[in-house]
Design a protein around this ligand. Structure first.
Ligand code: UD1
Length: 363
């Protein structure tokens, strides 16, 4: 039997490492990876394959960046050809990027069953392209692997046949466990002359924070309430927008702020492990911060990962300077909750459970 797992963008790569490891335990299954090429720079893609030890993709569709329609359309055209050649018995998609929905739609139209890993998450914010991708992918999927309890409720409410949905946990937490020794040995902060527990780690790249000049100005402004050294690995999209808005030098001249390029997997998680707090608009960083017991201030008005919100390790702060200032003080005074139990619960055998169910459902 042949399985094709589809990846395209940076937040996808770490999600297939535990799956690839588990598929190797099934001698009758040939597992292949197809890379859509949605992300293409070495620092956004290649380096993740190397560090995660992922096998070389069977196909690289090389679609590159573009408008949503263009990107999704190109992936569909190329992925259809790949499916016709590779003839998979099931297609596995992960997360919520344009590659996820494009591949799901192609596979189902070819009558190939689809399994969606990290299913059921909802931000209820349809201005996020990812929200549409999530809902549509879940509609199309034959097997739905859900990362946290709220996901099951979301699917049920949307009328999904719950026989197909499995609450298996958060695959990204298992990837961190796989690479924990390498992450802990890395001590990446030393390369920036920072002290562990004495800096903030920032990542911001969502269209809502960087695509308008007004939002970008606010983003630059809120950094001044974070009263400690700040490390900001900057995403290509954010850098491009800052340059377009003429704000790059305003940012780089801020005292105590270190700007650096997007970090590889091990380096980024090492930086997160050593951070006092994270300020981020990423979805993944919320789970990863919970793993390392680092408080995460989410620069958004909503989140698709409510479990950490309810429990208190993540807090929605938008671009509210005052709120961020208050939380920074709380964190410095060590007033913040911990997610240790939840992390343990959501990170146990996620890959093994997922692959076992996939194997049982191959026809
Ligand atoms: C995708 C995902 C988003 C995810 C993000 C992570 C969708 C709808 N969105 O956004 O959920 O959080 O990736 O990065 O699929 N660029 C490069 N090199 C690259 C990749 C991009 O320079 O390897 C540039 C592009 O030219 C473009 C910008 O960065 O200007 C787009 O970046 P990003 O927001 O990451 O890409 P999406 O694919 O739109």
């Amino acid at each position: 039997k042949k399985i094709v797992s589809v990846v395209g963008a940076r937040p996808n790569f770490m999600k297939i490492a535990p799956l690839e490891r588990e598929f190797k335990k099934y001698p009758d299954i040939r597992h292949m990876v197809v890379h859509t090429g949605q992300h293409y720079d070495r620092e956004m893609s290649g380096v993740f394959f190397e560090q995660l030890g992922l096998s070389h993709p069977e196909r690289d569709l090389g679609v590159g960046s573009g408008g949503h329609g263009e990107m999704t359309g190109k992936i569909m055209i190329e992925f259809e050809k790949a499916c016709l050649e590779l003839q998979p018995d099931m297609v596995v998609v992960v997360g919520d990027v344009n590659s996820t929905i494009a591949a799901s739609l192609v596979a189902r139209k070819l009558s190939i069953p689809v399994a969606h890993v990290e299913s059921g998450l909802r931000s209820f914010d349809e201005t996020m392209p990812e929200e549409l991708n999530r809902r549509l992918t879940d509609c199309l999927s034959n097997l739905l692997f859900v990362s946290e309890p709220a996901g099951m409720q979301n699917l049920e409410r949307e009328g999904i046949d719950m026989i197909r949905a499995h609450l298996v946990g958060d695959i990204m937490l298992e990837t961190i466990q796989m690479f924990f020794p390498a992450i802990s040995n890395r001590k990446r902060w030393e390369d920036f002359n920072l002290q562990p527990g004495k800096y903030a780690l920032i990542t911001l790249h969502r269209p809502s924070n960087v695509d308008s000049e007004q939002a970008l100005r606010e983003v630059v402004d809120i950094l001044s309430v974070i009263d400690m050294p700040i490390l900001f690995p900057i995403h290509p999209r954010t850098l491009k927008r800052l340059r377009e808005a003429g704000l790059e030098s305003t940012l780089t001249s801020k005292a105590g702020l270190i700007i650096t390029e997007p970090q590889p997997y091990i380096e980024f998680l090492s930086l997160l492990q050593g951070a006092t707090l994270a300020l981020s608009d990423s979805g993944s960083v919320q789970s990863e911060a919970a793993f390392f017991d680092v408080p995460c201030l989410v620069a958004r008005e909503n989140t698709e990962r409510p479990i950490y919100l309810e429990q208190g390790t993540t807090t929605l702060v938008g671009r509210n300077k005052e709120r961020i200032g208050e939380l920074v003080t709380d964190v410095l005074e060590k007033h913040y909750p911990h997610a240790t139990e939840i992390v343990k619960e959501l990170s146990t055998d996620v890959g093994a459970k997922t692959v076992k169910i996939i194997a049982e459902n191959l026809i």
